[in-house]
Design a protein. Sequence first.
Length: 250
Amino acid sequence: MAARLARIPAGYREILIFIGAYIAYSLVRGLAAGDEVAAVENAEWVMGAQETLGIGIERGVQAALLDLPVMDLLNWIYLIAQFAVVPLALVWMYRQNRQGYMVLRTTLLVAWFIALPIYWLVPTAPPRLSDAGFIDTVNSQTPLALDSPLVTAFYNPFAAIPSLHSAFAFTVGVALFLATRHLWSRGIGLLWGPIVALAVIATGNHFVLDIVFGVAVAAVGALVAVWIHTPWRGPAALFSRREAAEAQRT
């Protein structure tokens, strides 16, 4: 089996890895399907915990932005962040900096696989499905219906915590910051995670604690990735052009 995998071109191997990860996600989605009662109860626990901590800002953020033009932009940022920006970032990093790609890929996969058992064991409804009066702005303001059978066939609606939208956005943003030298691109990298965090709150798709746990699993994923790929150099070296050139030659 290992010999057969070694004969597959590197780019196709990477595609197969992500297909395998999505299959695992789909299996967990199937196991957790239909547990709506538990998901809503867990969402209520999250809201109660946030009130205790004083971080229950979701309702106020959505109310403040709901009728502003920026809401349309946030809706589309939510839609493209996971299914367009992440794949494009991976392809760009693969072509530009193979070593940086490896740590980015591993970080995303580790965060993903940490989240999978949580989705199974602790299904949690997002604000828009929590029966707490939040508005589903993506459904009401864009042509895409998140609750349609076609869309729900590809994702788990009760996988609010941890927020992989936020985990992946912060990971991609940090990778862009480390891999580029232009001030504008580094600025985009620094802002991308917070922008997506705002989008998932404003659209009613995540609580603040979802984002906190999402960033936490991303941080664990990054530590594992650094340890696996170049434990003696640190994350900045992983994305440097010199180190990337050396990795390409080996």
